[in-house]
Ligand binder design. Structure first.
Ligand code: ADP
Ligand code: MG
Length: 309
């Protein structure tokens, strides 16, 4: 059956530097075009950890070496990462589509995602960004209002808030393109976090988890399926332990119980599981799939992956 699918790409689909990304997007494009060729409507979102890290460090170093260039806010770094990743990804998709004689245009939407300024996450920033700092550098950063933590004896790092997405500003644009049968890349890196101030959208110093933003995107688009592609074929309980057990078909109630028991690591598998539960329970018939990029086709066919219904 043909489906409307939102695919959230993890770090392994994009690589960690310029060279790796150029190579990675090629195999990513093959996996995605397989789903398009089978007749599915596909919308793509992606993470941006290494890329936004690189941009953030580059802009900070520029400021350090030449104060004439002011520090680049995180919201702007996320915008840059969406454009940079979208550029490589949309071209790889275009090439793969053309090589199979499929005429569909591909575009990247610079996407802003609204967050709530009262989100509890702002009171307790947890997401480390940028490079490690010395004690002296950390003190200077803290004086400028940043939150800095000591990271497991490895030095000091800035941490920022990771609030939950509330809504997607460019959703009507995305919907229109999808309705016209085009391929859209949106909500990259979880989207540029913004708060509404009347008619003004103000970028905030935060990062939104791409798994949660992808869930919001899938719900807003009335998708049938949310696929979260990552570095493992299935989700496990007792992950990495001798009694590890891989999950194939599971209900939201069952996996919710495992989450409560602490089987999924916060910051990596937990947000995926939470996003998958949220989407699958949002409407009858919707389901989520967590699997490896190379297994996306088999996952959709119900052969592998963790399928949450
Ligand atoms: P992505 O870039 O796709 O978001 P993450 O590194 O954030 O990837 O999350 C995926 C990783 O989560 C897997 O590679 C795996 O090492 C880890 N992980 C943590 N807990 C589990 C679990 N219970 N089952 C499977 N993988 C897990
Ligand atoms: Mg992740």
């Amino acid at each position: 059956m043909k489906k409307k699918i939102v695919i959230a790409l993890g770090g392994n689909a994009l690589g960690t530097n310029l060279e790796e990304q150029m190579v990675a997007v090629k195999s990513t494009a093959i996996a995605i075009v397989d789903l398009i060729e089978a007749g599915n409507e596909v919308v793509i979102s992606h993470g941006n950890g290494p890329q936004v890290g690189m941009i953030n460090i580059a802009m900070s170093e520029l400021h350090k070496n030449n104060p004439k260039y002011s520090l680049c806010p995180m919201s702007v770094c996320v915008a840059m990462s969406q454009a940079y990743i979208g550029y490589d990804l949309q071209n790889a998709l275009r090439e793969e589509l053309l090589s199979r004689n499929i005429t569909k245009s591909v575009s990247t939407i610079i996407t802003q995602v609204e967050v709530n300024p009262k989100d509890k996450a702002f009171e307790n920033p947890t997401k480390p960004i940028g490079s490690f700092m010395t004690k002296e550098e950390a003190d200077i950063s803290m004086k400028s209002g940043k939150v800095v933590i000591e990271d497991a004896g490895r030095g000091y790092r800035e941490v920022i808030a990771s609030p939950k997405p509330v809504g997607i500003i460019e959703i009507e644009t995305i919907k229109s393109l999808v309705e016209m049968g085009q391929v859209v890349i949106a909500c990259g890196g979880g989207g540029i976090p913004v708060i509404k101030e009347g008619n003004h959208l103000k970028g905030v110093n935060a990062v939104i988890d791409k798994d949660f933003a992808s869930c919001t995107l899938a719900k807003e688009l009335h998708a049938d399926c949310l696929i979260i592609l990552t570095a493992v074929e299935k989700v496990a309980i007792n992950f990495g332990k001798p009694n590890e057990k891989w999950l194939h078909n599971i209900t939201t109630a069952e996996i919710k119980q495992y989450a409560k028991e602490g089987h999924f690591a916060p910051g990596s598998m937990l947000p995926k599981v939470e996003a998958a539960i949220d989407f699958a329970s949002s409407k009858d018939g919707r389901y989520s799939l967590i699997t490896l990029l190379e297994k996306a086709k088999d996952g959709i066919a119900g052969i592998t992956g963790t399928i949450i219904t």
